[in-house]
Design a protein around this ligand. Structure first.
Ligand SMILES: [Fe+2]
Length: 222
């Protein structure tokens, strides 16, 4: 299985405070049957220095590579906090999953702000980026459906799918093909992959459908 959204690079963000935490996260992932993880450290364009982010991510990735001996394939991406004008950022491609134009985008906590839909449109039409919206379960469903209408795709976190309450509300998005990936969004090791396993159990054939969509989406990276 492929985990599309995970904070596992040592010290790259608050998801892992160091190498030991990252190695433990990877062990838990392996035990859960994960074979590919997209490492998605947070990038906040309004406050983070872009070059500094890239350097920090690369050195975290190197440190992990030097010490990890397991079988999981790690792809380096980012969870990019959306802001108006992001489409003007030079070198935006570095934030995509290598070999693809796929970028994991996090909406602001309050959802869509004025001008953000224009930015999404320019990202797609002028920069050729394919944004995947991170944890669409967290936002106002009407706003998410508007973005799906623009051609954006969505990623669901395992956590809401692991709970009985309200989880069926996400099934129509999955059945319409708007959900292209599942993510653990793992931070630390406390919860590990228990929610991911429960989510996959609940989804059954739908989990397999999502898995095949994400592998198709990332075929040039795999
Ligand atoms: Fe995240």
């Amino acid at each position: 299985m492929l985990d599309f959204h995970a904070h596992i690079l040592p010290g790259a963000d608050h998801g892992s405070d160091g190498l030991q935490c990252s190695l433990r996260q990877l062990t838990l992932a392996e035990q859960a049957g994960i074979d590919v993880i997209v490492a998605t450290p947070h990038f906040y364009p309004q406050t983070d220095d872009y070059e500094h982010f890239l350097r920090k991510r690369a050195s975290a990735r190197r440190e992990l590579e030097e010490h990890y001996t397991g079988s999981i394939r790690i792809l380096t991406g980012a969870e990019v906090h959306m802001c108006v004008g992001l489409d003007h950022l030079e070198g935006l491609e570095e934030l995509c999953i290598p070999g693809t134009r796929v970028m994991l985008c996090e909406l602001p906590f309050r959802g869509l702000s004025f001008g953000l839909t224009d930015t999404f449109e320019r990202l797609m039409d002028e920069r050729g980026i394919l944004p995947v919206l991170a944890h669409v379960d967290r936002y106002d469903p009407t706003q998410i459906e508007n973005l799906f209408g623009l051609g954006l795709l969505g990623q669901l976190n395992a956590e809401p799918l692991s709970r009985r309450f309200h989880r069926r509300r996400y099934l129509p998005w999955i059945d319409r093909g708007q959900i292209v990936a599942l993510g653990s969004d793992i931070h630390g090791t406390a919860l590990g992959y228990s929610q991911y396993i429960k989510a996959v159990d609940f989804l059954g054939d739908r989990a397999a459908a999502i898995e095949s969509r994400v592998r198709q989406l990332l075929k040039d990276a795999l």
